[in-house]
Design a protein around this ligand. Structure first.
Ligand SMILES: NC(=O)c1ccc[n+]([C@@H]2O[C@H](COP(=O)([O-])OP(=O)(O)OC[C@H]3O[C@@H](n4cnc5c(N)ncnc54)[C@H](OP(=O)(O)O)[C@@H]3O)[C@@H](O)[C@H]2O)c1
Length: 327
């Protein structure tokens, strides 16, 4: 890429030396906030390529960037659809620095409802974006990081990748896949000086639930009456959980901590609320304890009615030691 000679050489060097970050899924939510947070960091040490599936949706990103006084040369938008390898390659070719130091695989889609209510197309879309989309990004950017013996990959991961959640089966399958993908790569990458980290998020206030693939629930009439009843219980439970969701700005700080960690870990957690249940899964590898505890937490009617339902569901160790849960 020829150098822009209108920029004096010393300034050109400073600009080229910045940490180059490329983020997927920046039209809203975590990606949007992370892009603006990094691009407006007082250190001015980041050049951020905020990528979007559709550039027509970039308005809110620039609005926040303006509100934060983000320097114009720190933030650039590129079109990138993680379902399309040509789109990934075209975006990569537009990175003027010729390298990406930090890749953030953030683009993701949700799918919510009984399994039999989902169209298979919707299932395919979610797996394509969440799993294969991440693989496409890694295939495009990892080889250069390995060659340069330097680079960071941050993947927006989820509590749904650490434990099964009813009515999120396909979403959980996609996020479990990312755990296996990233953990496997982390083992390989140790001698390359390239680090992969999963940023494990609990519920976050974003457009995620407005953008669910196939809308909330899907074709509910395909599910039996008992499943529909359990789904309605779960929806009430879920409303409580969402009320306690984290702000995306809180979550972006976890990305920053991971990015600045001199010895990057494989996992960072945006909240500790779900760790007791995650530990329960590991303590009883048969899975029986977790399944029983989670079922009670989300489907028992009194708990759904109770004001403490969401705290119990996600964090109360007493709940995890449920007598109904065989060890
Ligand atoms: N919100 C939560 O509670 C939560 C919890 C744990 C983990 N997460 C994860 O956080 C990540 C970001 O989600 P969010 O909560 O910030 O929700 P969001 O506001 O819906 O953001 C999702 C982003 O992904 C983009 N995207 C979807 N399909 C894409 C594609 N084919 N190519 C490129 N971009 C695509 C969306 O773009 P469009 O607007 O163009 O569709 C949007 O910018 C996801 O991976 C999600 O699984 C979210």
């Amino acid at each position: 890429m020829p150098r822009d000679t209108s920029v004096p050489e010393p300034l050109h060097r400073i600009l080229m030396d910045r940490t180059v970050v490329l983020i997927t899924g920046c039209s809203s939510g975590i990606g949007l906030h992370l892009a603006v947070r990094l691009a407006s960091d007082p250190s001015r040490s980041f050049k951020v390529y905020a990528t979007l599936r559709d550039l027509k949706a970039q308005g809110p990103l620039w609005e926040l960037a303006r509100a934060r006084g983000c320097p114009s040369d720190s933030l650039e938008t590129l079109e990138l659809d993680v379902r399309d390898s040509n789109s990934v390659a075209a975006a990569r070719a537009r990175v003027t620095e010729g390298r990406v130091d930090v890749l953030v695989c953030n683009a993701g889609r949700g799918l919510f409802g009984p399994l039999e209510a989902h169209e298979l197309d919707a299932v395919g879309q979610v797996l394509d974006v969440n799993v294969i989309g991440t693989v496409r990004m890694l295939q495009a950017f990892l080889p250069d990081m390995k060659r340069r013996r330097s680079g960071r990959v941050l993947v927006t991961a989820s509590v749904g990748g650490l434990m099964g959640l009813p009515f999120h089966a396909v979403y959980c399958a996609s996020k479990f896949a990312l755990e296996g993908l990233c953990e496997s790569l982390a083992v390989l990458l140790l001698p390359f000086g390239v680090h992969v980290s999963l940023i494990e998020c609990g519920p976050v206030h974003t457009a995620f639930y407005e953008k669910l693939e196939g809308g909330p629930g899907g074709a509910l009439d395909r599910a039996d009456a008992q499943t529909r009843h359990l789904f309605s219980l779960y929806q009430r439970h879920y409303e409580h959980i969402l009320q306690e969701a984290q702000d995306p700005e809180e979550v972006t700080e976890v990305f920053l901590a991971a990015l600045r960690d001199p010895q990057p870990a494989l996992r960072y957690f945006s909240t500790e609320n779900f760790l007791p249940l995650a530990r329960l899964r590991l303590d009883d590898p048969s899975g029986c304890s977790y399944v029983a505890a989670m079922h009670r937490a989300v489907f028992s009617e009194e708990q759904v009615e109770g004001a403490e339902a969401k705290a119990r569901a996600l964090g109360d160790p007493k709940l995890c030691a449920s007598p109904a849960a065989p060890k």
